[in-house]
Design a binder for this molecule. Sequence first.
Ligand code: ADP
Length: 216
Amino acid sequence: MFGAPGSGKGTQAKLLSEALGVPHISTGDMLRERIARKDALGLQVESILQAGGLVSDEIVNRLVAERIEQPDCATGFILDGYPRTVNQAKVLTEVWAIAPLVVYLKVDYNVIVARLAGRRQCPVCSAVYNLSREALKVCKNDGSKLMIREDDREEVVRERLKAYETQTTPVLQYFRQGGYPCWEIEGEAVGGPPAIARRIQELVAEKLGGAAGIRA
Ligand code: ADP
């Protein structure tokens, strides 16, 4: 699942993973878990995430390599936030010999900035809400007070978008040149995330059919 920060790729990756019954692997979530745990790796990467920069390829590649070796990944998985540099993409395709199907969520730059500014998250269950869609103060699942993600502050958002422009957009180019299928999906829809999820699942069913094991 490919897209800018705030494109909705985390939301779509989660929905698609539920529909296909394969794991959702979010490098951002994995890194945030390690930061919350305060283990050695968490302490090492905390300041990088807070500044909106990218964690080193070596660290992220190792995290993903360990995860995709788990038995639940044997029939496939959804990568969210990985690969984020051309070097990571080369490790995926050349070292691990994985041929990805790329779903690119296209969203206008101004929409992304507005979405990131309005994003709130539940500190307990990690549910994500957007104040531009609904004015909420507490989580609908457990009533916890919603928080702003540390890296959604305006100055950090600027850095994240810069990192996306310079280091991550070349990844799409790399996949296109390598002949990997890249589906462009409008990341904004009247019906919100569920409508976009339906569009992606229709495409999966149409192009991959039963091979993808999509659930009705
Ligand atoms: P978003 O895509 O909205 O910025 P993520 O949760 O995917 O949010 O990522 C949060 C942060 O985690 C990134 O800004 C970056 O610091 C780090 N990160 C996540 N994935 C990678 C990756 N593949 N390579 C390097 N850094 C990463």
